[in-house]
Ligand binder design. Structure first.
Ligand SMILES: C[S@@+](CC[C@H](N)C(=O)[O-])C[C@H]1O[C@@H](n2cnc3c(N)ncnc32)[C@H](O)[C@@H]1O
Length: 219
């Protein structure tokens, strides 16, 4: 595995990171606050959440329906809702959903918060925007926390995601963040197998790592 996993698996950093996250830590963006539970994807040490937040800041979301698929802390969902979007936040991590329900109340920003494995609970709901910061390292996750990072040895997350997305007819703008640290070719090939292609809408280098926001389009 490459840079980031190397960084986070360095024994000192791994212990420091684990210790620091033992109690819930605050993460804030433009006046919105969330608490990050140790079992939930921490936006502090990763750049992807912040890049997505800055990206959606420039979108006109007023009265648009928006799904954050795999919401983690839900900071993106809360921020989108604060900009006028009608937001559904989903995840398979119960702790994430429990903490997000509290953050929604505390920030006084209402959201629909749902347990959903990919689109399983969203069959009759369609969205103007779908925002995805996926797990992308090819390893089998051992628990809920690892599902934030690992997409399965055979990229099962992406196979399922694009298969299910291809069966949906009415979603409009789908945005996914990835980085050069993942196997972009493998993920693009799975998308292509399901008749999707990626259009780069943003490229940003942070700490020498190139991050991309792709618009996922039908062929
Ligand atoms: C990289 S984290 C991103 C969290 C958040 N969107 C953000 O940008 O901070 C990926 C999230 O996807 C969730 N996830 C993984 N597999 C999922 C699935 N099959 N269905 C729904 N959510 C999933 C994880 O629990 C995790 O919260």
């Amino acid at each position: 595995m490459r840079k980031f996993i190397k960084k986070i698996t360095h024994p000192f950093l791994r212990v420091a990171n684990k210790m620091w996250l033992l109690k819930p830590r605050k993460y804030a963006y433009k006046g919105i606050n969330v608490l990050v539970h140790k079992e939930v994807f921490p936006p502090h040490f990763t750049i992807s959440t912040k890049i997505l937040l800055d990206f959606i800041d420039d979108l006109n979301l007023k009265e648009k329906s928006l799904l954050e698929l795999g919401c983690g802390t839900g900071i993106i969902s809360l921020f989108a809702a604060s900009k006028g979007a009608i937001v559904t936040a989903t995840d398979i991590n119960d702790k994430a959903l429990e903490f997000l329900k509290k953050a929604s109340k505390k920030n006084k920003i209402p959201l629909t918060i749902l347990y959903s494995d990919l689109f399983s609970e969203l069959n009759n709901n369609y969205f103007d925007f779908i925002i995805i910061n996926p797990p992308y390292y090819p390893k089998n996750p051992k628990n809920k926390k690892e599902q934030a990072w690992f997409c399965g040895e055979g990229f099962e997350y992406f196979h399922q995601l694009f298969k299910q997305q291809s069966e949906r007819k009415k979603d409009n703008h789908i945005f996914m963040i990835l980085s050069e640290d993942c196997d972009l070719e493998a993920i693009k090939n799975i998308a292509s197998f399901n008749n999707f292609y990626f259009q780069t809408v943003l490229e940003k280098t942070v700490l020498k790592e190139k991050n991309y926001i792709f618009k996922v389009l039908k062929m």
